[in-house]
Design a protein around this ligand. Structure first.
Ligand SMILES: Cc1cc2nc3c(=O)[nH]c(=O)nc-3n(C[C@H](O)[C@H](O)[C@H](O)COP(=O)(O)OP(=O)(O)OC[C@H]3O[C@@H](n4cnc5c(N)ncnc54)[C@H](O)[C@@H]3O)c2cc1C
Length: 203
């Protein structure tokens, strides 16, 4: 058995340390900040009792049974459907882009087939293999939806230009031609909000 140092107590470090310790190794975890959980850290507001996500809101979601069973060994989760609204200068819209978003944004009353045809008409032709997020988005949703819904949001999340972000990132944002407004496409084992792990006792 080995003595192992794990640097950082975010999800990655914590899971690795737990697994190594369970396998019989002696593990020391060091953490630069004064709490575990890294970017997923939450703390309860003393005045209101509300759980605050210190680095921005986090939702745990998975469609993997093994992962779901694993995390439930450490914490309890509340069911949660993430229904997101996007606000921009044109109004407040359902997000990710769905039939409601399209009809509201373009002031139309399309059904699924009409909306699909309409969006196809807006799409900008791009190389067969889009080289980055921007190229893929323009090819799939057209310029207007890209500029109003995807570009700023994605650049803010990633802290870089959409032209430097891989095209594959767009796969995480579904485009729907129905009224399903669940942010996540997968329903089973998905969209559960996190609560503080029971093994973490704030000092
Ligand atoms: C605003 C925001 C929203 C997000 N929303 C979601 C979401 O809804 N669902 C989701 O699944 N994911 C979400 N994520 C992503 C999620 O936060 C990360 O995937 C996850 O926290 C990464 O865990 P990690 O352990 O790899 O890194 P981190 O959480 O960054 O943890 C790394 C830890 O290592 C420590 N550390 C670093 N260097 C050192 C050092 N030299 N010495 C000691 N300690 C060190 C840090 O202090 C930190 O505690 C979101 C991220 C952000 C920023």
């Amino acid at each position: 058995m080995k003595r192992i140092l794990v640097v950082g107590a975010g999800f990655s470090g914590a899971v690795i340390a737990r697994e190594l310790a369970d396998a019989g190794h002696t593990v020391l975890v060091i953490e630069a900040s004064n709490h575990v959980a890294g970017h997923a850290y939450t703390e309860r507001d003393e005045r209101t009792g509300i759980m605050l996500h210190a680095h921005g809101p986090h939702i745990f979601n998975t469609d993997d049974e093994e992962i779901w069973n694993y995390v439930n060994g450490f914490a309890s989760f509340r069911p949660f459907i993430n229904r997101v609204k996007a606000r921009n200068l044109r109004g407040i819209f359902s997000f990710p882009i769905n039939l409601h978003t399209i009809n509201q944004f373009f002031d139309k009353s399309f059904g699924p087939i009409g909306a699909r045809r309409f969006i196809e008409g807006l799409c900008v032709s791009s190389p067969a293999e889009p080289r980055n997020f921007e190229e893929k988005a323009l090819a799939l949703v057209g310029e207007e939806l890209y500029l109003w819904f995807l570009k700023g949001y994605t650049q803010k999340q990633w802290g870089r230009s959409a032209r430097e972000i891989p095209a594959s990132v767009l796969d995480r944002l579904p485009m729907r031609f129905d009224y399903n407004d669940n942010y996540y496409s997968v329903h089973t084992r998905a969209s559960r909000s996190t609560v503080t792990p029971r093994w973490f006792k704030p000092s």
